[in-house]
Design a protein around this ligand. Structure first.
Ligand code: ZN
Length: 382
């Protein structure tokens, strides 16, 4: 038996693997950080043998509530991911599975490697509505890709923004939240579909600044929360630096140059078995109008996709208690606009469960596509 994680996004340490019925593993911490929870590894040489994998440092993971009622995902072909029996007991996360092939992959959620990101960007850039802008380089020298999407790509003066709303959307500040990348695979193709009347109408009214992956380094390294320097990018928005958090520094600088009318920051939540949004209720400039638009966006998303709901989520910050280092709080206050965090589950949605796949890439894509319906509901008031 051989267990390895030496590939894009891989993460595991083998403690012992002499016996398939008693495989002992640890999850590596993010570099320069205490955070860990993301795992992704391959087990080979165990065809038709009952395997019992025990992640023995699960109790020290970032969100142990994430292990309750959680099922790990597995795949033979790295395309189709299915859930396998998983338990959390006595501080150990146990995965029990009898593989039907020589090699099988296990992960915290369906992985989204940087190769797939590169393919996605390469494909989308050929649309006549897309401009690819590289905002800069990360600490591991990866490009920070942004897609600027408007109905008038060929405006050489570069003033595609004239008179239009500026909509900013990004995903994967937290690299372990791969559902945010799958969401982008639904959102962006629909936005570029010239036969989609909602997308066409939105592009008449708005320009979209989309960063499909804010944290390429953390993604490649198999991190849960941080970039190559160990920074949690969603706690860097007040004072980002090129040394520590260039991803935020570069995007924030561009926001200051262009302006922001709406911001959506796409994430995954380890613990809650729901899709939900979080607002910026605790910022100084919060008001009735922002609350109304926040709720209308959420209600429109709920109507168009019942996998999303508005009943359960994080408690709202009380007045003046917002953490201004977080993206949406910083952006909403700085630009006096609506900024929303979207959270998807690692587990499944309890009200609309899928026993085989749980919350899955395909369902992320549907929710991403439906975000355009919700935006259409509020675009004129932004
Ligand atoms: Zn997150």
């Amino acid at each position: 038996m051989i267990i390895n994680a030496t590939f894009d996004g891989g993460n595991i340490e083998v403690v012992s693997c002499d016996n398939p019925a008693d495989i002992r593993l640890n999850i590596r911490t993010d570099h320069n950080s205490e955070f860990y929870q993301w795992f992704y590894f391959r087990v080979s040489g165990v065809n038709n043998q009952p395997c019992h994998m025990k992640i023995i440092n699960a109790a020290g993971a970032a969100y142990t509530g994430g292990w309750e009622n959680y099922q790990a995902v597995a795949s033979y072909d790295r395309e189709h991911w299915f859930r396998v029996p998983t338990y959390y007991r006595d501080g150990v996360l146990g995965i029990e599975h009898q593989p039907e092939n020589d090699a099988v992959y296990y992960a915290y959620f369906a992985p989204y490697p940087m190769e797939r990101h590169s393919n996605f960007i390469a494909r989308l850039q050929s649309s006549d509505k897309v401009k690819l802008r590289v905002l800069g380089e990360t600490l591991d020298a990866q490009p920070l890709d942004q897609l600027i999407i408007s109905s008038e790509k060929d405006d050489e003066k570069g003033d595609e923004t004239a008179g239009k709303k500026k909509i900013w959307i990004h995903a994967r500040q937290h690299p372990g939240e791969t559902m945010a990348s799958w969401w982008m695979e639904g959102f962006l193709p629909r936005l570029l579909d010239c036969n989609d009347a909602i997308s066409n109408a939105l592009l008449e009214k708005a320009v979209f600044y989309v960063v499909p992956n804010m944290n390429p380094d953390g993604s490649s390294r198999g991190h849960l929360r941080t970039n190559a320097s160990g920074a949690n990018l969603n706690r860097e928005w007040l004072t980002p630096t090129m040394e520590k958090s260039p991803e935020v520094f570069l995007l924030r600088r561009q926001m200051e140059q262009i302006g922001v009318d709406f911001c959506l920051d796409v994430h995954g939540d380890e613990t809650l078995p729901y899709n939900f949004i979080a607002g910026t209720h605790g910022i100084p400039c919060w008001n009735e109008q922002k609350l109304d638009l926040h709720n209308r966006f959420g209600e429109a998303l709920r109507r168009t996709n019942p996998d999303f709901q508005m009943e359960y989520g994080y408690p709202n910050n009380s007045a003046g208690k917002a953490n201004m280092n977080m993206c949406t709080n910083y952006v909403a206050e700085t630009f006096d606009c609506v900024a929303i965090t979207l959270e998807m589950p690692f587990k499944d949605t309890v009200d609309t469960p899928h026993p085989v796949e749980g919350w899955s890439p395909e369902r992320c894509k549907k929710l991403g596509a439906n975000a355009l319906d919700a935006l259409y509901e509020v675009i004129d008031q932004l």
